[in-house]
Design a protein around this ligand. Structure first.
Ligand code: SAH
Length: 360
């Protein structure tokens, strides 16, 4: 089975791989994923400049360090000029895409984001990926029309009960007076994935690995969902507890629950590659954070074909702390274009040319 080329896997097989501990068998999984990666998307590694545009957030997600309840971080919102300037810099580094990510910040108004998208499109050949949380379908439509190419919205877990526990509805924040003007979005995160796809965006989603309470079985379901949703981009990273959140210090233990480690995350990356052979799959910053020396490299060797170097201005980086120690990875040296190129050289891969669309 290990060398078969197939987008099809059943749940029992996925689950067996997730639980596999035998190093020699795992080698065959890594090889399989790497072969599929080489055959379908080749040796190019697409570089997406990640710009963390705002750390304001209306939400109270229990996993995330920039949740509205965390009063210990300084909040910032980049200006339109700073964003356009950083996009120009990404283009000058040879990156094909800029990713505008942020908290669910309604201070980033529909018209403002629209204007920023138009300006970047007018000045560069970059693809634009938005990752701004659960915004209204009407806004997503305006941004798409303004030229945004892709949208990232992880479903985090397909276990609905777990999701509801870690991701309370915006209504709660509204009732507490933490969000002023906007009516809650009645379209669920899950439904938004279809909205995004139907608007013609390339669709990215994914999960955290090792969320407190996440079972191996639900993680196997998540992986099958990557295939069923026909995702263009799949982002997976280990859950890293943040001290200023309700999940501070939470660690899964017991045979049914997913461990938040590098090996498990790599299994999910590899299986994602097998179920969605031509998807764009990053070796994520979270993977690089739990293993600072080898995390990204292991991701790239086990199915990934994308890196998202952080291009957020240094004065803001520290404050975009969705999980601890994230900024350290992104201290000036580690995400420098030269350092990224060195990594690619070491593993005989080449930087992507062009925007790095799915299958292109
Ligand atoms: N507000 C946007 C962007 C969130 S940050 C949104 O909700 O889509 C992007 C991703 O970081 C999240 O989707 C989540 O999967 C991940 N993340 C957040 N907190 C994390 C943590 N403590 N450990 C690991 N990953 C985390």
């Amino acid at each position: 089975m290990a060398n078969a080329f197939s987008g099809q896997l059943d749940k029992a097989t996925v689950l067996a791989w997730l639980l596999e501990k035998d190093a020699a068998k795992l080698q065959s999984l890594w090889r399989w994923a790497d072969e599929v990666r080489a055959k379908t998307v080749g040796d190019q590694v697409h570089l997406r400049g990640l710009l963390e545009v705002s750390n304001y957030c209306a939400r109270q997600c229990s996993y995330c360090g920039i949740r509205t309840g965390n009063k210990s971080i300084a909040r910032y919102r980049m200006t339109a000029d700073e964003i356009v300037q950083a996009a120009r810099q990404a283009a000058s580094f040879g990156y094909g895409t800029v990713v505008l990510q942020g908290g669910e910040d309604f201070g980033l108004t529909t018209a403002w984001v629209e204007d920023v998208v138009r300006r970047i499109k007018a000045e560069t050949d970059l693809a634009i990926t938005l990752s701004l949380g659960e915004r209204f379908p009407k806004e997503l439509e305006r941004w798409r029309k303004a030229g945004a190419d892709r949208y990232l919205l992880r479903f985090e877990t397909s276990d609905q009960r777990l999701f509801d526990r870690i991701h309370p509805p915006l209504k709660a924040a509204l009732a507490a007076g933490q969000v002023e003007s906007n009516a809650p979005n009645n379209v669920s995160r899950w439904e938004l994935l279809t909205v995004i796809r139907d608007l013609g965006y390339e669709l990215g989603s994914g999960v955290m690995v090792g969320i407190p309470g996440q079972t191996w079985e639900s993680l196997a379901d998540d992986i099958l969902w990557f295939g069923k949703l026909d995702l263009d981009m799949i982002g997976v990273g280990p859950f890293i507890p943040h001290p200023e959140t309700p999940l501070a210090g939470a660690v899964n233990s017991g045979p049914d629950l997913v461990t938040a480690d590098v090996e498990t995350t790599c299994k999910v990356v590899a299986l994602a590659r097998i179920v969605r052979p031509d998807a764009n799959i990053p070796a994520t910053t979270a993977l690089g954070t739990v293993d600072r020396v080898n995390g990204r490299e292991l991701g790239l060797r086990r199915g990934a074909n994308v890196i998202m170097p952080n291009i957020t201005p240094l004065k803001y980086r520290q404050a975009y702390e969705i999980y601890p120690d994230k900024a350290a990875l992104n201290a000036p040296t580690e995400d420098e274009p030269d350092t990224v190129m060195e990594l690619l050289n070491q593993i005989d891969r080449v930087p992507g040319v062009g925007q790095g669309k799915r299958g292109g």
